[in-house]
Design a protein around this ligand. Structure first.
Ligand code: AP5
Ligand code: ZN
Length: 214
């Protein structure tokens, strides 16, 4: 099963993608997490990506596409995968389709997690992330057991550099301009499904599960 998670920054793509990956035993591939791991490890890719991410801009397609194509070509992706944060532009979507069609495959589902902008800004200011294992929390909706500490790995939780309110607004603008057109792109392919992302996390997952679990 090959799934794309679409939605504005903070819509809950990552939260849902992790649950899908766990239930269906497929890898969760988050380009944002891959870039953040590279930043943390001080790689060349990380240094380049950080310049764009800190401004709320997209990392250029040429740095992003090869990385994803390499990842989905790995053995653990043979039975499918869930893409979170990719594709984010029409050229990225086209290169994904081209890579899959070469091996006679195509994406199965594009799930749009729909949340209005007004909700997003509130959510982002409450998000706390573990940069060690990628777990995410929300200080009100999904608090960790011990304040500021990751339940999964015991490391410190932080407010992401790009979750400052002024950067969140820029990310929303970029989303509407460059990523939202993908909704029509996948609608035309007949694989788009929308879910209401303002509901509690478990309800959002139940809705997604009803779509993909056929
Ligand atoms: P990325 O890490 O992908 O960020 P994003 O798309 O902006 O998405 P987020 O991770 O911010 O949010 P999310 O939708 O996963 O929400 P989450 O589940 O955490 O990318 C970061 C940057 O990397 C980009 O800005 C760009 O620069 C670069 N980049 C990445 N991919 C790229 C690409 N393909 N091309 C170019 N550049 C790329 O939830 C948010 C919060 O809400 C959490 O606190 C969560 O606990 C809480 N929450 C979730 N669901 C609910 C719910 N139902 N009710 C209440 N709270 C909830
Ligand atoms: Zn952790």
């Amino acid at each position: 099963m090959k799934i794309i998670m679409l939605g504005a920054p903070g819509a809950g793509k990552g939260t849902q993608a992790k649950q899908i990956a766990a239930k269906y035993q497929i890898p969760h591939i988050s380009t944002g997490d891959i870039f953040r791991a590279n930043i943390k490890n001080g790689t060349e890719l990380g240094k380049k990506a950080k310049e764009y991410m800190d401004q709320g801009l997209l990392v250029p397609d040429e740095l992003t596409c090869d990385l994803v194509m390499d990842r989905i070509g790995q053995e653990d992706c043979a039975n499918g995968f869930v893409l979170d944060g990719f594709p984010r532009t029409i050229p990225q979507a086209e290169s994904l389709d081209a890579a899959l069609s070469k091996i006679g495959q195509k994406m199965d589902f594009a799930i749009d997690v729909d949340v209005p902008d007004s909700h997003i800004v509130k959510r982002m200011s409450g998000r706390r992330a573990c940069l060690s294992c990628g777990a995410t929390y929300h200080i009100v909706a999904i608090p960790p057991k011990k304040e500021g500490i990751c339940d999964a790995c015991g490391k410190e939780l932080v407010l992401r550099d790009d979750d400052k309110p002024e950067t969140v607004q820029k990310r929303l603008d970029v989303y509407h301009e460059q990523t939202q057109p993908l909704i029509d792109y996948y609608k035309k392919q007949g694989i788009l499904h929308s879910v209401d992302g303002t509901q509690p996390m478990e309800d959002v997952f139940a809705n997604i599960d009803a779509i993909i679990g056929v």
